[in-house]
Design a protein around this ligand. Structure first.
Ligand SMILES: [Cu+2]
Length: 721
């Protein structure tokens, strides 16, 4: 099978077994696998064609920005912001939320080492990607839009898969391979310092590996040199893996611990004062005559704390709450399993069947101040949310030119939560919430059908249609407070949010079409265009229950409500090799761009956080062990804003980034200048500048967009021992 030829190519590189297995989803071409081998342990950023995640077709279009991604970790510790082809909504130093085709947060399925990690925070400060440092990610896949049902469930906006670095088994029996590396970086803006250490030992049957990373950053400065209060952060991740293989069976156990003592959120009204996440994950993969079997099980526990009055945010003399600090305390758990059978029914047919369970628990309490004999505010009292999903999928290669992939899936979601109370005990709002019936059951039916046509080896076209569903999360359904102090602030916009137990699940219908044109060997040039349209029934939007005039605050009080919405847009990416000679090396021109529009058809407003027209042009150079890139990014002004959420407009801007890396024996040096011209600008998805609202001498609270980071000189060094 052609399929295997691709895998054989890849297997000859230094990719791990798991990565080789993953290439089934998104095969690498020769150029990509070469890059992958030279960039061991560095992040690979892949973007498959929409709806085309699982094909074994050797020409399946991918974009790999290996050189760029490898250097990006030096300039950024936020995994979501180094993803290619993905916009990210800024939040804290490591907690940005990726947006794929205008859909983000819980609308996207994000798996870190195969595990879905639910946010244990009303503001979603601890999304899945906040638990993995870009330096520790060896494999990142972004699957936009109409993803196969085997990768979806309880999500409507695509899938992101991140795998941590994995050592390789020793190639021969009796051999023992030891590997270790240390790396460190420094960024001038915010005086960020951090590093990573890894060590592993492998025989042909066993692997034992450790990996740790940490970063500490002070408040960053914008292009005007102004310090952005409450933007500092500090985090660390530790990770151990043990693996055993016997014949075609692979067994793995991973355990991870994250400790984050502080992360400032300048676009929120609270900061994270502690986050501790403990994870355990086991996986089995077996190869049989009939196909493959994959079984995994996981458990994690997250402890999260916030505070609305940290000294970073306000001078000690200013006490905006009047009651001192206002802490919150959240505890969340995820547990579940997943079983998948990939059956090779014939040379042309693959059948996939799977069953998975994802259970969540969440408890959210806000201790009351001793002043005034306040009660503890109970926001979510032992909430439970269980997802049970089953799918069946059929992939068929009709001929060398046509392939189809179709599947159906059912998910049932059960949710419930206990009785609550406010700072004044069981107030009338709590009383009516407690008297209501709160258990909910949602039944989803998802289906995806995609087809790919490859008339010759220089072009391919794919078309995908999907129906996908997502049930509300804990806060969309059960955040019960309706007054200023009880509503949940969220989304970086400064508004207060009230949940709605009567919300129905969102149902999205997506169609996407894409074309890919390239030279025969896919080495010289490639152009890829994708257009998509998504109509969402029961889109979870918002209605204002009290505007700024009524609340006396700069924000509005909003309640979630089911609306009708539509999103559409186009993404374009291109690569062109300018020269490839031994004297000057390889010069490549890369380009990517896109736009997305989103309309709430029920309120006749724009959807929140839609990225305006934007594009990036890069000039990349590689000669021997030396690689460099100059990147020019332009973003149009944002005028189509969500007026219900008081989303500010942002002006257009252009920025330049420069990076270079040199590999000398086992040492790699990285040097980058981010925002080279020190431009003052605002990210259209950056939210509002909340940490500046009450600064002394400020003429009253008004929402302004959060300024983005100014110039930073970034250096890094990696030593392989
Ligand atoms: Cu939080």
């Amino acid at each position: 099978m052609k399929h295997n030829r691709v895998l054989d190519d890849v297997a000859t590189t230094h990719l791990t077994e798991r990565q080789v297995e993953l290439t089934k989803y998104c095969p690498l071409n020769d150029a990509a696998s070469q890059l992958a081998s030279t960039l061991a342990r560095m992040a690979l950023v892949l973007a498959c064609s929409p709806g085309w995640a699982q094909t074994g077709g050797e020409q399946a279009a991918i974009v790999i920005e290996a050189t760029a991604a490898a250097a990006r970790w030096v300039g950024n510790s936020d995994t979501a912001s180094v993803l290619a082809g993905v916009d990210s909504a800024q939040a804290g130093g490591v907690s940005s939320l990726p947006m794929i085709h205008g859909l983000g947060d819980d609308r996207i399925r994000t798996l870190v080492n195969g595990v879905p990690i639910a946010a244990a925070c009303p503001m979603h400060m601890n999304p899945p990607l906040s638990y993995i440092d870009p330096a520790n990610a060896s494999w990142i896949e972004v699957l936009p839009g109409a993803t196969p049902v085997s990768l979806g469930g309880d999500s409507i906006g695509g899938t992101i898969l991140v795998e941590s670095a994995r050592p390789t088994f020793a190639p021969t029996d009796g051999a023992v391979e030891r590997d270790a590396s240390v790396s460190s970086f420094y960024r001038s803006n915010g005086a960020a310092i951090g590093g990573e250490a890894a060590a592993s030992m492998a025989t042909s049957a066993f692997i034992f590996a450790y990996e740790g990373s940490g970063v500490r950053a002070q408040d960053y400065r914008d292009g005007a040199g102004e310090k952005i209060n409450a933007s500092r952060f500090e985090t660390s991740n530790q990770h151990i893996t043990a693996a055993y293989r016997s014949g075609k069976n692979l067994y793995e156990v991973q355990a991870a611990l994250q400790y984050m003592p502080y992360e400032g959120f300048p676009n929120a009204d609270m900061d994270l004062t502690k986050n501790v996440g403990a994870f355990i994950n086991t996986r089995y993969q077996g190869g049989f005559d009939w196909g493959d079997m994959k079984i995994s099980a996981y458990y994690d526990h997250v402890l999260h704390q916030m505070n609305g009055n940290t000294p970073d945010r306000y001078p000690p003399s200013l006490n905006i709450t009047g009651f001192g600090v206002f802490p919150t305390l959240e505890r969340g758990q995820d547990f579940g399993y997943r079983v998948e059978l990939d059956i090779t029914a014939s040379a042309r047919d693959t059948l996939r069947f799977g069953n998975e369970l994802h259970g969540q628990t969440l408890d959210d309490r806000w201790p009351g101040a001793p002043v005034g004999a306040m009660f503890d505010y109970v926001s979510i009292n032992n909430g439970t949310r269980t997802q049970l999903g089953t799918f069946a999928e059929w992939e068929r290669r009709w001929s060398g030119r046509w392939t189809t992939l179709g599947g159906v899936r059912n998910d049932t979601i059960w949710m419930d939560t206990g009785p609550v109370q406010g700072y004044e005990g069981i107030d009338p709002t709590a009383q009516s919430f407690n008297a209501s019936h709160r258990a909910r059951t949602d039944v989803h039916v998802d289906a995806t059908l995609s087809t790919r046509y490859q008339p010759d080896d220089q072009e391919s076209y794919s078309l995908a249609v999907a129906r996908k569903n997502r049930s509300p999360n804990f806060y969309e359904r059960y955040a019960w407070g309706k007054n200023t102090i009880g509503t949940i602030t969220w989304f970086g916009d400064g508004n207060g949010y009230t949940g709605n137990p009567d919300l129905k699940p969102e149902t999205a219908y997506t169609a996407s079409i894409s074309g890919d044109w390239h030279d025969r060997a896919a080495r010289l040039w490639e152009v890829k265009v994708t257009s998509y349209y998504t109509g969402v029934q029961d889109y979870i939007g918002v209605v204002a229950i009290c505007g700024p005039a009524c609340s006396g605050m700069p924000g509005s009080q909003l309640m979630f409500a089911n609306h009708r919405a539509r999103l559409y847009g186009t993404d374009v990416s291109a690569v062109y090799a300018l020269s490839n000679t031994p004297e000057v090396g390889v010069f490549r021109l890369t380009g990517s761009g896109g736009f997305v529009r989103g309309d709430d058809l029920s309120t006749q407003t724009n959807l929140y956080h839609m990225m305006p027209l934007h594009g990036t042009i890069g000039l990349e150079h590689q000669r021997g062990q030396w690689s460099s890139a100059l990147e020019f990014r332009a973003v149009d002004r944002k005028t189509q804003v969500d007026t219900t959420r008081l989303e500010p407009q942002t002006p257009s801007y252009t920025i330049l980034n420069l990076r270079t890396a040199y590999q000398w024996r086992s040492v790699r040096f990285d040097l980058a200048i981010t925002n080279l011209l020190d431009r003052e600008y605002e990210n259209p998805l950056g939210g509002t500048w909340q940490s500046d609202l009450y600064r002394p001498g400020y003429p009253g609270p008004t929402f302004h967009p959060l300024p983005a980071s100014g110039r930073s000189f970034d250096t890094g060094v990696t030593v392989r021992l």
